[in-house]
Design a protein around this ligand. Structure first.
Ligand SMILES: *Cc1c(COP(=O)(O)O)cnc(C)c1O
Length: 362
């Protein structure tokens, strides 16, 4: 067996300990005589798995009791529609969006199909190389919420401080930075993440929502499955949940606790990101694409400036066991995603390879 250092943006690297544990339990989960993939979501075993997952997540983040934790499907992309459908009246509702990269742009566009979505800040004119000035946002008086993507996976931007939205409801897509650092849950009306970036396999979305935001009754015209209240009322078991994915997420939560929790992860992630950004800043060949103050700790885009050389880098790094370093198809260049599960040794191996590549391609 040989494992690579996988720098994929998602689905992405998972902790090896978690994969091994899952392998050990594959044929017989704790004496059940079956795999988690084979068991009823109404069984006592699965109820234990989802209850543990929720409890561990609540403990890791410190989620207040007046928030629900949901395990959903449809990807983060489904939430782009569900958020306006649940929190702003379909048709007449209004919400404000900060467009800071590909993912918030997609969320904004989807919301615009369903409600009045106002773009109150945008970094698009500068190709999303820095966050727009959010010091004095012109929020819409009757906007139901303000939406951000806290870490832009494609462009490699991160809100290191949250924009000031006053007493508005803040909704955050945390897909690619979820659990990479402590989260102050009380600052948000809702935050959510597609699991396949930093938490688990594809197929699960984790959403944390303030209970008082959930509409009380049925929302006319909105499919039952798109109403958060449906799953909130049923402990995410209204229908068959993504059982195996939730099981793996639960193991990752336990792994994170064993690592020392989110504060410890933040320290480690800062250390890993500094290693890589310092190497980029030292280099005469590689250049970062994002201004320093807005750089993501998770997704690190960089370029040589020569597409052929970028392609050569992707090919040779893969041959050296460093995979998925190609930039997103929309921006080109290179990108290293260094999520929680990427060990420091992986980043060191990448930096070492970059230095050798630079020497060889002077
Ligand atoms: C990957 C990603 C998405 C889309 O996730 P899907 O699960 O593919 O729908 C949305 N937002 C962010 C920040 C992402 O990184």
């Amino acid at each position: 067996m040989s494992r690579v250092y996988n720098f994929s943006a998602g689905p992405a690297i998972l902790p090896e300990e978690v994969l091994k544990e899952a392998a050990d339990e594959m044929l017989d989960y704790k004496g059940s005589g079956m795999s988690v993939m084979e068991m009823s979501h109404r069984s006592k075993w699965f109820q234990g798995i989802i209850d543990d997952a929720e409890a561990d997540l609540r403990e890791l983040i410190g989620i207040p009791d007046d928030y629900v934790v949901l395990f959903l499907q449809g990807g983060a992309s489904m939430q782009f529609a569900n958020i306006p459908l649940n929190f702003a009246l379909p048709g007449s509702g209004v919400a404000d969006y900060l467009v800071t990269g590909q993912w918030s742009k997609k969320a904004f566009q989807e919301a615009g199909r369903l409600i009045t979505a106002n773009k109150v800040a945008s970094g698009e004119d500068d190709n999303f190389t820095h966050l727009p000035d959010c010091s004095d946002l012109a929020l819409t008086p009757d906007a139901e919420y303000v939406y951000i993507c806290e870490n832009e996976t494609v462009h490699g931007l991160k809100f290191h401080t949250l924009p000031d939205v006053g007493d508005r409801t803040l909704i955050s897509d945390m897909s690619s930075c979820f659990l990479s650092e402590p989260i102050d849950a009380g600052k948000y009306g809702m935050f959510y993440a597609g699991a396949q970036k930093n938490v688990g396999p594809a197929g699960v979305v984790i959403a944390v929502i303030a209970k008082d935001l959930l509409p009380e009754g049925d929302i006319a015209g909105v499919p039952v499955m798109c109403q958060y209240k449906t799953q909130a009322d049923k402990g995410s078991l209204y229908n068959t949940p993504p059982c195996y994915g939730i099981y793996i997420c639960g193991k990752v939560f336990k792994w994170l606790k064993a690592q020392g929790g989110l504060g410890a992860m933040k320290e480690r992630n800062e250390e890993k990101a500094a290693l890589l950004y310092d190497a980029i800043d030292r280099s005469d060949l590689f250049k970062g694409t994002v201004v320093k103050e807005d750089r993501s700790l998770m997704n690190v885009p960089f370029v040589t400036g020569d597409p052929d050389l970028d392609a050569k880098f992707v090919k040779e790094s893969a041959a050296a066991g460093l995979t998925n370093l190609k930039g997103h198809r929309s921006v080109g260049g290179l990108r290293a995603s260094i999520y929680n599960a990427m060990p420091k040794e992986g980043v060191e191996a990448l930096v070492d390879f970059m230095e050798r590549f630079e020497l060889a391609n002077k």
